[in-house]
Write a protein that binds this ligand. Sequence first.
Ligand code: EPU
Length: 427
Amino acid sequence: MDKIRIIGGTPLYGQIKISGAKNAALPLISASLLTDAPLVLKNLPDLADVRTFKSLLNHLGVDIVFKHDVDGDHAGALRAHSIQSTEAPYDQVRKMRASVLVLGPLVARAGRAKVSLPGGCAIGSRPIDMHLKGLEHMGADISLEDGYVVVEARNGLRGADYTFPGITVTGTENLLMAATLAKGTTRLMNAAREPEISDLAHCLVAMGAKIDGIGTSTLTIEGRDRLGGTTHSVLPDRIETGTYTMAVALTGGEVELTETSLDLIPSVVPALESMGVHFEKTNRGFKVKRQSDRLKAIDIETEPYPGFPTDLQAQMTVLATMAEGASVITETIFENRFMHVPELMRMGADIRVRGNTAFVRGIPRLKGAPVMATDLRASVSLVIAGLAAEDETIINRVYHLDRGYEHIENKLSACGAHIERIHESAA
Ligand code: EPU
């Protein structure tokens, strides 16, 4: 298994181009199941999760060709002439929980979906009860069979009013996609408002769907008999944007992040400004730099969008470990998302976790160490820690990083970081 080796302590200078968003690309790829016409996706990130999802969609009957377009960006041409299988097998769902995103489109187009229950994952139990309740409201029958959930709507789904009892991102995406081919009007209330959902909705509209309330917590969808194809460019990855922003905030230096926007991280910007980070908008994105020698402490709580994203909580915890003063970081979305904490403590961090809150006392500098994490965002937080720490940090289990960060070592080393990938055979 590959490792990443970092010698910390070098400030970052230069430019980093932000890739298309992983969490927008996955539902957009799934939307290809809704039509027999071609869907072309531009600015697709070149990530392990996207490739894993491609093989599931191939299995369901979608022809997919990935290629590099003239700008060197990754693009995909997808076409589901017909649905060959309505089953998402255990092995696929086990690898990637977001596989559940095929549920809504499959039931809408083929009247049936059999999807392995996702079960537990590193960041908590993550049930899909809200996805299923919503589909039930739209007339689907739900049953359980040997660890699989079977959702059937032989005579098609029908429009319905459904109020989500809690905020769910992929749940909103599943029901939104399902409603585009249902008979009649669906109103989804207390829907999640993440930008990736709006990106999906805009693509669905371009495919012929009728959706009102995009970007709000009430989505009204008038079902259509069929959808067509379109060409859509995946929105920039706000979590990658926030991650590199935080890397610069911790190491010092000045970096321009391009092909992205400050508007994608509305709650992150004021939090970082209060810690002493300066932002400047540019034509292609924005510049980020730290204003003082050390960051100041922070008190944040994760929330659904537009609140502070749970997917940036681990990275923010790393900033707190070297900030001046005591920080408080509360995780409200997932039940077990502090796996980075013991690893950071091995690097000298002073952190106490009580329930869903981490109390962090800042120290002047972390010390490099061999570390490992069991989830994507925890892994990248260790990369940020390594970039700022004294001496050498080795990050094990790099495959977590490859799931969600395109060419991370190339993007960082182009800005002066001492970071390299050690291939297993050379390790
Ligand atoms: N939940 C339920 N029942 C449901 C659905 C969710 O109880 O039916 C709970 C979850 O267990 C969790 C909370 O509700 O405690 C929120 O979960 P949500 O459904 O919003 O998460 P998700 O859709 O599974 C997406 C992202 C995650 C991101 C979360 C929160 C994708 C593919 N995944 O997951 O991204 O953390 O929203 O913003 O969009 C990542 O990229 O590293 C990642 C984990």
